[in-house]
Design a binder for this molecule. Structure first.
Ligand SMILES: [Zn+2]
Length: 455
């Protein structure tokens, strides 16, 4: 019955929409719920993973939140009964992970009691709308983040799976100036700034005992304009050892080469940023980072907005971001692992379009960008056996795109920037087989199709 109601309301919505949108929109049933728990996607071009060839006219069968079959149309048996979703002209990849987000005070306050619809709207605007099915929060107030995580996990609120670092660990007297400026004093005094290895272990245990999924360290903290305070090496080392003992990953905010080196020597798993402030990474440093199996989150778009906030012109800001892009390009070419992340939540511009473009500029291919969004992040979190690819047995975390991130048209020279930007042109998002977000209209001009979420 629930299904009929949803189909009917979708049809009514479509009828109204058809009249309203007129010529520049293709109305179609976008709200999708599975009948008898079986959902079939057909006729889309499917990218099963960054290393496998795409399936031009593909079928994905989803049951119980898992992918039970994938292959070419005509070669995969389509079960009956099932809800069949025709996606001719669209493109499907595995769901995206944004490995650097924040739930900062403000609209997330009192997340436990916020109406589900309000929370859903905020989550959609910041994450779901851009294809995020796993979000890694690198520092927030657990009193807000845990209710968000739990209300999504229970199915009450639609959204991505959330993993959180809780409160980060800072150097002694080392809360960054931009955090000091944004956080109320009563919260500021509870921020962990351990001065000894024992205090670091306590701070890690506090976070993990209170529900954090990972640990974030400021191994280099920007305490003033271009003034970086390092975390004592023994403090960082003790924090990482304790987190690893408890089976958790550690992320680090480095700020500069010193902060990066402290992180590396401590055994940190993931660098939360590149370090354009330090002017670039040489081959010797990259070699060391590789030997330490570090993953890197570029956050290139962030460097533009930070530089502009500091008074830089557009051109200077872009130049600053390009230093980060060079670091990313060099690390990627050397075989280093890259995880996608934008610092959204701290950064007010939610769209990752510029980040994709800068990653493309840095020399990453569309499939390398897809890896940073899917397989690399699943692998880093030890979850590659159940997510990150479109394959039988995997969670049905899926993103439907309006444009092909890697077009294959004879005689057509692809524009790497445009292809990279296509990852931001999201139409529908599924987490474990459930639709958690969808577009409201579609525009088409000169062959460029775009999904629009707020019509
Ligand atoms: Zn951040």
């Amino acid at each position: 019955m629930k299904l009929n109601r949803s189909v009917n309301s979708a049809l009514v919505a479509c009828a109204l929409a058809a009249a309203f949108w007129g010529m520049f929109s293709t109305p179609r049933a976008r709200t999708v719920e599975a009948a008898d728990d079986t959902l079939v996607f057909e006729h889309a071009k499917i990218y099963p993973s960054p290393t496998e060839p795409p399936i031009k006219d593909g079928v994905i069968v989803v049951r119980g939140g898992k992918i039970v079959a994938v292959g070419e149309f005509g070669k995969v048996e389509i079960p009956r009964p099932a809800t069949v979703h025709n996606l001719l002209g669209f493109f499907i990849t595995a769901g995206f992970q944004n490995s650097h987000v924040h739930f900062e005070p403000g609209k997330w306050n009192d997340a436990e009691h916020q109406p589900a619809a309000d929370l859903e709207k905020h989550i959609e605007a910041m994450l779901t709308r851009y294809g995020v099915t796993t979000a890694v929060d690198l520092g927030s107030d657990l009193r807000n983040t845990l209710p968000i995580r739990n209300r999504i996990a229970s199915g009450e609120v639609k959204g991505p799976r959330i993993l959180t670092a809780g409160g980060p660990l800072f150097p002694p007297d080392g809360v960054p100036y931009y955090v000091r400026d944004r956080v109320p004093p009563e919260i500021l005094k509870f921020m962990a700034q351990p001065a000894t290895p024992e205090a670091a272990v306590q701070a890690v245990d506090y976070d993990l005992d209170n529900g954090a999924d990972l640990i974030k360290l400021f191994t280099g903290s920007l305490v003033g304009h271009e003034k970086v305070k390092p975390m004592p090496q023994d403090v960082a080392t003790a924090a990482v050892a304790e987190a690893h003992k408890r089976g958790k990953l550690v992320f680090s905010h480095p700020s500069n080469i010193e902060g990066l080196t402290i992180a590396m020597n401590a055994g940190v798993d993931v660098l939360a940023h590149t370090t354009p402030l330090s002017g670039g990474w040489d081959d010797a440093l990259i070699k060391q980072m590789l030997a330490h199996h570090m993953a890197v989150i570029p956050t290139l778009q962030l460097w533009i907005s930070e530089a502009k906030a500091g008074g830089d012109t557009d051109a200077d800001a872009l130049q600053f971001a390009e230093v980060g892009a060079k670091e990313l390009g060099a690390y990627s070419r050397a075989g280093g692992q890259v995880l996608f992340g934008t610092d959204v939540g701290y950064q007010d511009d939610f769209s990752p379009e510029k980040e994709y473009e800068l990653m493309g500029d840095a020399g990453l291919t569309p499939m390398q960008i897809l890896a940073s969004l899917t397989t690399a992040s699943a692998e880093r979190f030890g979850e590659a056996n159940w997510r990150g690819r479109i394959a039988t047995g995997m969670d049905a975390d899926l993103v439907v795109l309006a444009m092909d991130p890697q077009p294959d048209v004879k005689g057509f020279v692809p524009d790497p920037k445009q292809n990279a930007r296509n990852f931001a042109n999201v139409c529908e998002v599924y987490r474990a087989g459930r639709q958690i977000g969808h577009y409201h209209g579609i525009t088409n001009s000169g062959g460029l199709q775009a999904c629009v979420w707020q019509w």
